[in-house]
Design a binder for this molecule. Structure first.
Ligand code: ATP
Ligand code: MG
Ligand code: FE
Length: 354
């Protein structure tokens, strides 16, 4: 089985060709970074136009790298949500057009399910597993019991963790997107223990997260340091603060995961792996902290390769394969979904989208 995947939910335009033998035959990603950098964040309208301009070319490139024609495909999968709706519409319309023209099945993939199932593409992980999904828009702990079967154990009550990285980077004058820049600054820190930041939710019952207080604490330090040094943050201040922020996030994530592991093991005495996914899973300090945690609890730890943590279309093609081989596909009148929680039964969190 061979499937074309399309991803357009945020600021990466991507196309990939993947087989059910877990072979990535092509995987092309075009970042729109330069288009959005002047605005310090993703501008939905600019994103949608850029997807429209580049998607056809990227699909052609993926197909030629895979060495196949549309006639060789078994299905076409595209992100159907959640995400910036203009971009999602571009991807879904393109996938539907190919499916209609070639008489192929169309699979609308939940972008979050793409992140969630990546570990089964890269590492053949079996169900059930405990997933920490940490991305630009989400921070959740989920028991993954099967394709389309997710039980949310915890979520953020305010900012997503990637969002916290991005906002912190902005406060530190590091630019956008913040995650990789904060990680680099933290690695340069000469005194990473200099600042102590609050550890939101640490030790509290449940598995929920909160990051807005942490971001506020960084802002307060920046303001104090800025005043002392005549308005400019020195490189050393910036790097030490980045290190403090990253270490605090890693500790909070590990604390919440430790609680979720206990609950997961109660429900699944046969065990399972600890899996991390989403853009923030590319962070080496966080990966290493979670790997130690998994070892303590005698659980296998799986983190996909860095380039499959951030947005890509291989994960969309793969999630399409997982659904399609269970006999699922979607009608050509599928409507793109700006919101699409993985666990529809989870209680809504005030002010957040699942
Ligand atoms: P979602 O998947 O929730 O819809 P998204 O698709 O925008 O959101 P991803 O592409 O999965 O998010 O992840 C992007 C986020 O990951 C950004 O917030 C970015 O700062 C963060 N990120 C990327 N690399 C790193 C890193 N090395 N360290 C920390 N954060 C990182
Ligand atoms: Mg992105
Ligand atoms: Fe994503």
């Amino acid at each position: 089985m061979i499937v074309l995947g399309i991803e357009t939910s945020c600021d990466e335009t991507a196309a990939a060709v993947v087989t059910d033998a877990r072979e990535i035959r092509a995987d092309v990603v075009l970042s729109q970074l330069d288009d959005h950098t002047p605005y310090g964040g993703v501008v939905p309208e600019i994103a949608a136009r850029a997807h429209l301009e580049h998607l056809d070319g990227l699909i052609r490139r993926a197909m030629s790298e895979a060495g196949i024609g549309f006639g060789d495909l078994d299905a076409v999968a595209a992100t159907g949500g959640p995400g910036l709706i203009g971009g999602v519409i571009v991807g879904v319309m393109t996938a539907k057009a190919i499916a209609a023209a070639r008489g192929l099945p169309f699979v609308a993939v939940n972008h979050l399910e793409g992140h969630a199932l990546t570990a089964r593409l890269t590492d053949n992980v079996a169900f059930p597993y405990l997933l920490l999904l940490v991305s630009g828009g989400h921070c959740q702990l989920l028991a993954v019991e099967g394709v389309g079967r997710y039980r949310r154990l915890g979520t953020t009550i305010d900012d997503a963790v990637g969002e916290a990285f991005d906002k912190t980077a902005k406060l530190l004058g590091l630019g956008y997107p913040g995650g990789p820049l904060v990680e680099k600054a933290a690695a340069r820190a000469t005194n990473p223990a200099r600042f102590e930041l609050p550890r939101p939710m640490l030790g509290r019952p449940g598995c929920d997260f909160s990051f807005s207080g942490l971001k506020t604490a960084v802002r307060r330090h920046v303001e104090e340091l800025g005043v002392l040094s005549g308005g400019i943050l020195s490189d050393a201040d910036r790097d030490d603060l980045a290190a403090a922020f990253q270490a605090t996030v890693a500790e909070v994530l590990a604390d919440r995961c430790a609680r979720a592991i206990r609950r997961f093991k109660e429900d699944h005495p046969q065990g399972g792996a600890l899996v991390v996914a989403g853009g923030v899973a590319a962070n080496r300090a966080i990966r290493s902290r979670l790997s130690t945690l998994a070892e303590t609890h005698r659980m296998p730890f799986v983190a996909p390769p860095l380039r499959l943590c951030t947005d890509n279309a291989a994960m969309i093609a793969w999630a399409g394969i997982e659904r399609f081989r269970m006999g699922e596909s979607d009608p050509l009148n599928f409507a793109p979904r700006p919101r699409w929680p993985l666990d529809p039964n989870a209680a809504p969190v005030i002010g957040r989208a699942g």
